[in-house]
Design a protein around this ligand. Sequence first.
Ligand SMILES: [Mg+2]
Length: 179
Amino acid sequence: MIKTIGVDFDGVIHRYSKGWFDGTIYDEPIPGAISGLRLLMQHNAVFIHTARSARQVAEWLAEHGFETCVEGQIHAPIKFWTDRGRLLVTNRKLPAVAYLDDRAVKFTTWERALAEILPVGATPKLDAPAAGVMSVPVEELRVLVQLALCHAHSSSCLTSAANVAAVERIHAQLEGEQL
Ligand SMILES: [Mg+2]
């Protein structure tokens, strides 16, 4: 099944060194953007998600050698983009397994997101989690899953001390929750 990736334009593909400036696409591509997009398109369906005129962005991408299409030119609204041969340019946020964006804050919990976005000291004290709900860093859960899978597939699995320590921290947290 083809996975779809959404890619921001300004600051990710277009260098955007002067910000919005006069509304034109005035800058060169960011180093690696053209070859990076081509490589992505070999494996994924890629669409460009932009606040600019989709036609303006499509023309710029075409000048840099990409086959493009603009969502407004397609009769029915697109629900999913699954074409690897060309770039769709759209103003809508379509379903994707990942978004590549220079202004993104990756969401894990509201507490972390607010701490990253708000000024220092402005983070409010959020409600305590409900009974039976605990906050575990996603990276540690990934390690746990990795270890569990490793154990399931091989009895001679080698793990790092850091991985073992991460699992022990989660285990201790779980033990505390049960008390
Ligand atoms: Mg941007």
